[in-house]
Design a protein around this ligand. Structure first.
Ligand code: NOJ
Length: 535
């Protein structure tokens, strides 16, 4: 069997993240919902190249939640929050997605519950509660302060401990006080959370994105963090815990787990995927946080490739619901944001590994401007969660086809030209480009599972080759100047241009010696197996 046939569904195609609050509002309350997702499944994959052709969607939490962290504070893991719809809506979503060949990955948030979850209410009811040990409770330090120096991941929160007057102890929360950490040292907690996985697997989900997985194992002695040594995350016990999670997943066929491994150290990241019995995929935040420089991306991809075993599969992403969007954070000037968004999409879709795309990334959406009186998130993440602009505000009203009501967050200012409707009518748009890109990837097994080899080129150009049954050369200009490609070494002299991020670039045979990249331009060039041009 060839390598192509061996590639699993989660290796071949694009995985598209939907933040349900912001994707599409079907019931007119200003907040997105599951019916809204169902209504737009054809946009994601209708089986033709007029859609994005995604392989799977990953849904951020839609479970019952008081929404202190907009769904990442869960009060019932096995029910749909009424804001998002009903369990019937969810079942229909699975069925409609399956009909279109779209897999469904859901978020699993095992590190913490909501403080409104019955487990926590019971745990907080008394020191003698049967569920007291389901969370992390400790006596105050001798001075009455928190038990150790651990801090919440959210700067605005400060200490990771909150004092509970009624029972006279502190409880641990790695995020907001409304998100108490579960005690994973307690086997009952572990078993209960495994049951949550089985519940959704039995309902037909294809996998999970695991929230804050690196937080699931902490120093059981709760020692202070020191400079360079963290005791509140990535404790060695994580790997045994992860293997047990994987064993639950492997009770079912063809499922996937992708972990939010927010560790800014590739050596530690690869430990989550190298053994083959832990995560299938790990979100790589080192890559995510790179500066927009060819040399930085080249070095990081090379380091990852050296550290990861050949059997470990990479995942690449540059946007999610927690950070500024590419078109804003990588913009050198107003006009380069859109151009770089296209080049970034080409990068994640052509490296060896699974690309993750965040809703609106295919439109090159920038962050939204959030006036002070509209700020709702504790950690400044509202700008990247702005509603999906489907239609032109001048024709459809200020909700831009996302909602008929006041949207829960402001719509971006450029919605008139950046919305789906406008971009769909423009063959030079970012959306038109991304559709060509994802379809090229789905047509070409080489782009899905071919080998990766880095190529020397001009300093501002990140260049690599993919090879399987075909050969492709990808060249990405990370500068906003025109740059000669300047291929080094055993480079071929000619190629066939398959796709450019630059709408004016003509397709066809090109001479690689003379090739000059436009500002911020990315190219996919097909090489003949022998190195000569083939059209
Ligand atoms: C990571 C999620 O992506 C983020 O949105 C959330 O606030 C924290 N984990 C806590 O669940």
């Amino acid at each position: 069997m060839s390598e192509t046939e061996l590639a699993a569904w989660w290796q071949r195609g694009v995985i598209y993240q939907i933040y349900p609050r912001s994707f599409a509002d079907a019931n007119g309350d200003g907040v997105g919902d599951l019916r809204g997702v169902i209504e737009h499944l054809d946009y994601l994959n209708d089986g033709t190249d007029r859609s994005l052709g995604v392989a799977a969607i990953w849904l951020s939490p839609f479970y019952r939640s008081p929404m202190a962290d907009f769904g990442y504070d869960i009060s019932d893991y096995t029910d749909v929050d009424p804001l998002f719809g009903t369990m019937e809506d969810f079942d229909r979503l699975i069925g409609e997605a399956q009909r279109r060949g779209i897999r469904v990955i859901v978020d699993w948030v095992p590190n913490h519950t909501s403080d409104q979850h019955p487990w926590f209410t019971e745990s907080a009811s008394s020191r003698e509660s049967a569920k007291r040990d389901w969370y992390v409770w400790r006596d105050p330090a001798p001075d009455g302060g928190p038990p150790n120096n651990w801090q919440s991941a959210f700067a605005a929160v400060g200490s990771a401990w909150t004092f509970h007057e009624a029972t006279g102890q502190y409880y641990l929360h790695s995020f907001m006080p409304q998100q108490p950490d579960l005690n994973w040292d307690n086997p009952e907690v572990e078993a209960a959370m495994h049951e949550v996985l089985r519940f959704w697997l039995n309902r037909g989900v294809d996998g999970f994105r695991i929230d804050a997985i690196y937080r699931l194992a902490k120093d059981p002695e709760l020692r202070d963090n020191e400079l360079g040594i963290r005791h509140d995350e990535d404790w060695p016990t994580i790997h045994q815990r992860l293997r047990k999670i994987r064993a639950v997943i492997d009770e079912y066929e063809n499922r996937v787990i992708v972990g939010e491994v927010y560790l800014l150290d590739l050596r530690r990241l690869v430990e989550y995927i190298n053994t083959g019995d832990e995560l299938h995929l790990a979100h790589n935040f080192v890559f995510f946080h790179l500066p927009w420089q060819a040399a930085a991306f080249r070095a990081s991809v090379q380091e990852f490739t050296e550290l990861a075993k050949q059997s470990a599969w990479p995942a690449w992403f540059l946007e999610n619901h927690d950070h500024s969007r590419v078109a804003t954070r990588y913009a050198a000037a107003p006009e380069s944001g859109q151009r770089r968004a296209r080049t970034a999409a080409m990068l994640i879709c052509t490296l060896r590994g699974t690309p993750f795309m965040y809703y609106g990334e295919e439109l090159g959406l920038p962050d939204a401007h959030i006036p002070p009186d509209r700020v709702v998130d504790v950690d400044g993440r509202d700008p990247e969660r702005s509603p999906m602009p489907w239609r032109r505000p001048s024709l459809d009203g200020p909700g831009a086809g996302f909602t008929t009501a006041e949207p829960w967050l402001p719509v971006i200012t450029g919605a008139e030209s950046l919305c789906v409707e406008s971009q769909q009518q423009d063959p030079r748009s970012t959306l038109a480009f991304v559709r060509k890109l994802t379809h090229l990837r789905s047509r070409e097994p080489t782009l899905q599972s071919g080998t990766l080899r880095l190529f020397d080129a001009a300093a501002d150009v990140f260049c690599y080759e993919r090879e399987l049954d075909r050969r492709f050369l990808i060249a990405l200009n990370f500068s906003s100047h025109r740059v000669p490609l300047a291929l080094g070494g055993d480079a071929p002299s000619s190629a066939f241009l398959e796709l450019s991020t630059h709408p004016g670039r003509e397709h066809g045979a090109v001479d690689l010696q003379d090739l000059v990249l436009e500002p911020d331009e990315g190219l996919i060039l097909r090489l003949s197996k022998a190195g000569a041009a083939r059209s």
